[in-house]
Design a protein. Structure first.
Length: 135
């Protein structure tokens, strides 16, 4: 009786694993995750937010507008001014309803912040919030 290890099987074909379908699948997954990822846009300026005990987390998909201590109004590394807020928010809301978050510095003037909030509401924003740091 012969052992199985003693039996020789000769084949002329070499065994090879085809990696092309695996690489295609990895690229498809990469594209899927890149398309479905939601990126949070930063305002581009350094803001010291005031502290509040009632601060809560808001949606990731929102419009962030910053008001600096000097009264400049900034959206995405670009100064838009108080007069540009209304058109900017109206254009961004055409893509879909989303909240507007005003990132006002602790030292910013209340008048500038109120003007920005007013322009956001006039542009059609239903939810306008002021950002704060939780105590």
């Amino acid at each position: 009786m012969k052992l199985l290890s003693a039996i020789r099987v000769e084949t002329s074909e070499s065994v090879e694993i085809n990696m092309a379908p695996l690489i295609d699948m990895v690229f498809l997954l990469l594209i899927f995750f890149m398309v479905t990822t939601v990126f949070v846009e930063e305002t581009g300026v350094e803001i010291r937010k005031p502290r509040a005990a009632s601060a809560s987390d808001l949606q990731k998909r929102s419009i962030l507008i910053a008001v600096t201590p000097e009264g400049r109004v900034v959206y995405g590394d670009r100064e838009v001014g108080v007069n540009g807020v209304r058109g900017l928010v109206a254009r961004l809301l055409r893509a879909g309803e989303m909240p507007v978050i005003v990132l006002a510095d602790q030292a910013s003037r209340t008048g500038a912040v109120v003007q920005v909030i007013d322009q956001c509401k006039l542009a059609g924003a239903k939810q306008v919030s002021i950002a704060a740091t939780r105590e």
